[in-house]
Write a protein that binds this ligand. Structure first.
Ligand SMILES: [Zn+2]
Ligand SMILES: [Zn+2]
Length: 321
């Protein structure tokens, strides 16, 4: 019998790739071991800011289409793009989904939100009001509690769960020991969610894909939005029986496509043309290109960046400078 697919996407805001590698992160280690954890370059069309990148995660398109360029304004264009849980429910109305996030604009109508068109659960008070370490720690814990209760008790097909304390810690105190500790707490929350999933009574009949993603990095002193490597470098990790092995190239836009592909749903319209693809499709593209042109080592055959197909699109889209 075919196992029932489920996907959990966990967002951790502003977790620098090198800081993650130096933190103790057993949950992410487990995912990387079973699947992959790769650095991801924030697409050139997106600023290294939360709003634009999470909008790409949610909708599968970049800022040239969704038009989220910062954290404060909700552009009318974003309304054209449903998040992956909404697209899934349109195709498969019997399926249930969940969104839970400590950063309110992801899930409710405030500032640039809702970035996820479906809306979702947010903790109160809004941690952005005090914007200190304790408020964010408590808000992230509340999200983990809420999400784990529902993941354990319900039959959620797709969930998005978001933790924000690491980003705020870096803004307030830089990327030192407090930041590493915040990353480790986010990993513990992820670990708890994984334990809840493993203890589901029908777990043996379910096929869970877990995707974990950050939106951008941070300068040493805290802060992002610029073009430095530490800000442009994000990462994506994923594991699950349905994933292609040996993923090395991906983009934030691919998460949308991967989630839907897990359920056999192919997006149409503008999203289909936007350059995102399920995990593994970029490698296949490259392998096919190198088979077709064995004597002409071109850019597609070199040690290519994860960004490559998207870069080409970006160049087509406007000025090659
Ligand atoms: Zn962010
Ligand atoms: Zn930030």
């Amino acid at each position: 019998m075919k196992k029932e697919p489920h996907v959990l996407v966990v967002g951790m805001d502003g977790v620098r790739y090198d800081s993650l590698r130096s933190a103790a992160s057993p949950a992410l280690d487990r995912i990387a071991e079973d699947g992959f954890l790769v650095p991801v370059r924030v697409h050139a069309k997106n600023a290294t800011i939360s709003g634009p990148v999470w909008a790409t995660v949610a909708s599968g398109v970049h800022a040239d289409r969704h038009r989220v360029t910062g954290n404060s304004h909700h552009p009318a264009e974003l309304g054209r793009f449903q998040d992956f849980t909404a697209v899934l429910r349109s195709a498969r109305p019997e399926l249930e989904t969940m969104i839970a996030a400590s950063w309110h604009p992801l899930a409710v109508r405030t500032a640039c939100g809702p970035i996820f068109s479906s809306g979702g659960w947010v903790p109160t008070p809004d941690p952005e009001e005090a914007n200190d370490a304790v408020s964010w720690l408590c808000a992230d814990d509340a999200v983990a509690d809420y999400a784990s209760r529902r993941l354990g008790a319900e039959n959620l097909a797709v969930s998005f769960v978001y933790f924000g304390e690491a980003d705020v810690e870096a803004h307030n105190h830089g990327t030192g020991p407090g930041y590493i500790a915040a990353i480790e707490r986010c990993d513990s929350r992820l670990n708890h969610l994984l334990d809840v999933i493993d203890s589901r009574p029908n777990h043996h009949r379910e096929d869970w894909t877990v995707i974990v993603v950050t939106d951008h990095g941070h300068l040493d002193a805290g802060g992002h939005g610029g073009e430095s490597e530490v800000e442009r470098t994000a990462w994506i990790a994923a594991s699950g029986a349905s994933l292609t092995q040996g993923i090395t190239a991906t983009d934030h836009a691919d998460i949308f496509h991967q989630v839907l592909a897990t359920f056999g749903v192919t997006p149409d319209g503008e999203v289909a043309e936007s350059g995102g693809a399920p995990f593994g499709a970029r490698q296949r593209e490259r392998q096919e290109a190198s088979r077709q042109k064995p004597t002409q080592p071109g850019p597609t055959q070199q040690q290519s960046t994860p960004q490559e197909p998207a870069q080409r699109l970006a160049q087509r889209g406007g000025g090659a400078r």
